[in-house]
Write a protein that binds this ligand. Sequence first.
Ligand SMILES: [Zn+2]
Ligand SMILES: [Zn+2]
Length: 250
Amino acid sequence: MEITILGSGTCVPSLKRGSPGLILRIDGRVLLFDSGTGTLERMLKRGITYLDLDLVLYTHTHPDHIADLVPLIFACKYGENPRREDFPIIGGRGFKTYFRAIQEVYGHWLQPGLFRINITEVYEEILDYDLFRVIAKPMVHISESVGYRVESNDGKSIAISGDTDYCPQLVELARDVDVLVIESALPDEMKAEGHLTPSLAGRIGREAHCKKMVLTHLYPVCDTVDIAQQCRKEYRGELLIAEDLMEISL
Ligand SMILES: [Zn+2]
Ligand SMILES: [Zn+2]
């Protein structure tokens, strides 16, 4: 399993931190989690093109997490080498309605030609694939938000929170996981509803017994505060502060 953090930031345009996106490679399969602005270009920096994606999973449809979906489908249709394989997308409840609405706005530009888009909506789900399994659980952010856990057949695991506040479902999702990539939007003293702080993220990591934590979805103010130290109040395991294009191998 290889993880590439594509964007460690938020909706705030930043030269240091791009909008959320994460690539997970499992035995030759390429999974993309969220696709904020700039995702497609940052994938290229790691040698991954729009044609390489086997599965795309969305935590929710806030623009900082999904802005590059339209350019992705458009590239698959009109790029020099159009996609031919079916395009599977997983999203939370209401994702099909969301996708139909953007298809209506863009008309035939967003109607796939040589491939089909297969959307699966999840809430609390286990989806089995040949080389891995995807577990989804609802998060506390907006009604459709889901977090994901992926377990490979060789026993490795990762959990991805997406945007969320503290919730027992995330503790469950991240139970004993090898790596938890968790949002930590704002420092402890600036807690916002529907988002975590470093110490709340640390509490989840501690309660779930995660082996390693990666704090991500960092607003610019997080770079002016010692968020690692705030997280350390709760969590004693291995801790990383995400950076764009950071790679983690399992
Ligand atoms: Zn967000
Ligand atoms: Zn959000």
